[in-house]
Design a protein around this ligand. Structure first.
Ligand SMILES: Nc1ncnc2c1ncn2[C@@H]1O[C@H](COP(=O)(O)OP(=O)(O)O)[C@@H](O)[C@H]1O
Ligand SMILES: O=C(CO)[C@@H](O)[C@H](O)[C@H](O)[C@H](O)COP(=O)(O)O
Length: 466
């Protein structure tokens, strides 16, 4: 990218709990501003507690608010926009009718129109029996519940009328790019296509024949392009960013968190946000085995320039702590009291810090794991002396880190040449107990990034021409 010393790149991350935005000075590589907003978008799913859905209007309002709170004079200098977000999920809309552009104060913003909810990566509606009834993908990645194609198959088999209302689909971040650029057909990067299932990362093509043969609505599959490509230009001025600004195809959030934080090939990245991932980069030329082992906790996801990342992607990260806080908050309310959630986080973390060790053992897999969906959470070694808030918080944080470590142990990282661990994600940066547990278990030097890592990675990927 040509820079004149005043060019800024906007990076956005549409996460499961919050949206983040950073402004990166393309010439110096400095972050000049950043913002985040909680989305609070979760809605009841028609599938009951197994379903995990989010209100798209709520997410986009948080995004508009987050971006427009950046300084106006800086937004006017934005030359490119990079977008990342929560992978695997799917939402639906109608071509050319997915949003309307409105005035909000003196700014132009877009509002979703007649879209579905976003069915997220946390969605559990596809049982093992249901997944076993689907055609075998031709991909090195196993299919799991919460993956876009599995969710579309679920609608096809259980609510075919639902799909009749739509002719376009994508992840939430693909939707954002499609709306910003007014795309006729959504585009999807190989990062997000791989996260939907039924995608072959070697040929970079959907398993069209297999899908079509099972009656899958293949017209809903976005056009796939390489990560790092430009998807189009902003069709309107947005939050003060000028019309015509280039917008990159949406990227995966975990690839972007690695891109912003890992500087050496011998780095591993541990990201804890709503979910958690431990990942390192595979050497150039690495190609995964053609077919997956469903019991293997480490998967290989496409990165940039035909590289792969080995990743242990846990479904149990900050969401486990958030569930603990919700449980406490509900109990407190039932007892007739009221403590704000932010105060609960602070007090719980303070209590955990005062308890350095515990014999209490919490296996925290409230949400199962993709390689063992039926293994739920458990607590053991409970003694009367180990019931304080400090013991429980310490054991919970220890459990989250140990669970991830059991999926990708230090020994395997060392054998792969890892020498340093980079910690990222706001659940980690805001929780010292979690950081202490990371430092106890991993025998590497550890460096912490900032909580806008994926948004920063999305911006950095747009500075570099892939
Ligand atoms: N006040 C807080 N203090 C510490 N941790 C928090 C606080 N609020 C939320 N969290 C943690 O941060 C997680 C969400 O992180 P975030 O980076 O916003 O997620 P995402 O990138 O998935 O949108 C929550 O699941 C929770 O564990
Ligand atoms: O499952 C994977 C990768 O396979 C995930 O880790 C991937 O990064 C997803 O986007 C996350 O689960 C959601 O990200 P976040 O909102 O927790 O940051």
């Amino acid at each position: 990218m040509e820079t004149d010393g005043s060019s800024l790149v906007l990076g956005i991350d549409v996460g499961t709990s919050s949206v983040k935005a950073v402004l990166l000075d393309a010439a110096s590589g400095d972050v000049v501003h950043n913002q985040s907003r909680d989305t609070r978008a979760e809605v009841q799913s028609e599938c009951g507690p197994q379903g995990k859905e989010q209100e798209v209007v709520q997410i986009i309002r948080a995004l508009n608010d987050c971006v427009s709170s950046l300084p106006m004079e800086s937004l006017k200098k934005v030359m490119r926009i990079g977008v990342s977000g929560q992978m695997h999920g799917v939402m639906f809309w109608k071509t050319n009718q997915g949003c309307h552009w409105i005035n909000s104060g003196n700014l132009r913003v877009f509002e979703p129109r007649d879209t579905s909810y976003l069915i997220t990566w946390e969605d559990g509606r596809c049982t093992m029996d249901f997944l076993a009834s689907l055609p075998q993908p031709q991909s090195h990645l196993s299919l799991a519940t919460g993956f876009g194609c599995a969710t579309i198959f679920w609608y096809l088999r259980n609510r075919p009328d639902f799909l009749d209302s739509y002719d376009a689909a994508g992840t939430i971040q693909d939707y954002v790019v499609a709306m910003l650029c007014g795309l006729q057909r959504p585009q999807m990067s190989v990062h997000n296509a791989a996260s939907w299932g039924y995608f072959n990362t070697r040929s970079k093509k959907w398993n069209i024949d297999i899908l079509r043969g099972s009656g899958f609505p293949v017209f809903l599959l976005p056009d796939v392009v390489n990560a790092g490509c430009i998807a189009g230009k902003a069709s309107y001025e947005w939050c003060g960013i000028r019309q015509g600004t280039e917008v990159g195809v949406a990227l995966g959030d975990f690839q972007c968190s690695v891109y912003s934080s890992s500087t050496e090939s011998t780095d591993a990245v541990l990201n804890i946000s709503t979910s958690a991932q431990l990942t390192f980069s595979m050497p150039e030329g690495f190609q995964p085995e053609d077919s997956p082992d469903p019991a293997e906790p480490v998967a290989y996801f496409p990165y940039f320039s035909d590289h792969y990342l080995a990743v242990a992607a846990s479904l149990n990260g900050g969401n486990v702590l958030a569930s603990f806080i919700t449980m406490l908050s509900d109990w407190i309310a039932e007892l007739g009291l009221d403590i704000p959630v932010s105060t609960l986080y602070t007090r719980v973390i303070t209590a955990g810090l005062s308890q350095h060790e515990t014999h209490l053992t919490i296996h925290p897999t409230l949400f199962g794991e993709r390689h063992i969906p039926d293994m739920l959470a458990s607590v053991s070694n409970i003694t009367a002396a180990g019931l304080s808030l400090g013991h429980v918080t310490r054991a919970l944080c220890q459990g989250i880190v140990q669970n991830l470590h059991s999926m990708l142990p230090s020994s395997r990282l060392q054998q792969s040449g890892v020498k340093r661990l980079i910690g990222s994600g706001s659940a980690l940066s805001r929780n010292e107990v979690l950081r202490q547990e990371v430092e106890k278990i991993f025998p590497f030097s550890i460096v912490y990034g900032k909580d806008t890592d994926s948004a920063l990675g999305a911006a950095m990927a747009m500075v570099k021409q892939w």
